[in-house]
Design a protein around this ligand. Structure first.
Ligand code: ATP
Ligand code: MG
Length: 212
């Protein structure tokens, strides 16, 4: 059996067409079922639904042979035990620093003020501000980062942005662009050796389906 870990939502939706090219069709819609293990048209391939942040952990420890995870999630996880053969070019967005539209970020940085930054991405954020020599206190959050500058919890956030509509709706502006984000295929290193006959053709077929 080959087990593929996916998260519900955009990663699931955007991975489906790639799987289809590889001859794999998922039998059920994760939004309509309560099942966490979904069969496919191939008796030897199943999909497990896990939280986006748990995909690397499942694959690392062999709970799944392979999976799809955002670069954001992979950088926080560290990538240990994972082979990352393909950038799938899906679930694209950028990681940015954003502040309230009335907060003068540049002036605060120039003055050397300690800035309070709320984020789910503490590893990437710590590295980013260290590289720029900006002094920050990081506050770890698990969601709804946009709320932090509005409530006074933080001066800035590090979050993912795609259209920017959520920022605008919450009176926030992007002040720094940290990196481009997309999702990657991750494979358990031991599984790649043990199940090579099945995994290698699957990886190659998915590679052939990637859109530029
Ligand atoms: P959960 O909702 O379970 O807490 P999550 O919010 O990380 O997890 P998603 O919102 O489905 O899950 O995001 C999954 C992945 O999709 C992220 O890790 C990121 O790589 C990418 N992503 C997140 N937000 C966007 C966005 N606005 N546009 C495009 N891709 C995004
Ligand atoms: Mg989400």
């Amino acid at each position: 059996m080959i087990t593929l870990a996916l998260s519900k939502g955009r990663i699931f939706e955007e991975t489906l067409p790639l799987l289809k090219v590889a001859g794999i069709e998922v039998g059920e819609d994760p939004e309509k079922t309560r099942k966490l293990i979904l069969p496919t048209n191939r008796a030897d391939v199943q999909v497990v639904l896990v939280r986006a942040t748990d995909v690397p952990t499942y694959v690392q420890y062999g709970g799944a042979d392979l999976g799809v995870a955002g670069k954001d999630v992979l950088l926080e996880h560290g990538g240990e035990g994972l082979y990352q053969p393909l950038d799938l070019n899906i679930a694209k967005c950028r990681m940015s620093v954003a502040v309230r539209d009335d907060y003068d970020y540049a002036a605060q940085v120039k003055q050397g003020t300690r800035i309070r930054v709320a984020t789910k991405y503490t590893t990437v954020a710590r590295q980013h501000f260290a590289d720029k020599g900006v002094h920050v206190d990081l506050i770890k959050l698990y969601g709804s980062m946009e709320l932090a500058p509005l409530t006074g919890l933080a001066d800035a956030i590090v979050d993912l942005v795609s259209t920017g509509k959520t920022l605008v709706a919450n009176h926030l502006v992007e002040v720094e662009h940290i990196m481009e984000i997309s999702s990657r295929l991750v494979v358990n290193q031991a599984a790649l050796k043990l199940k090579r006959d099945k995994l290698r053709p699957l990886i190659d077929a998915i590679a052939s389906a990637i859109q530029p």
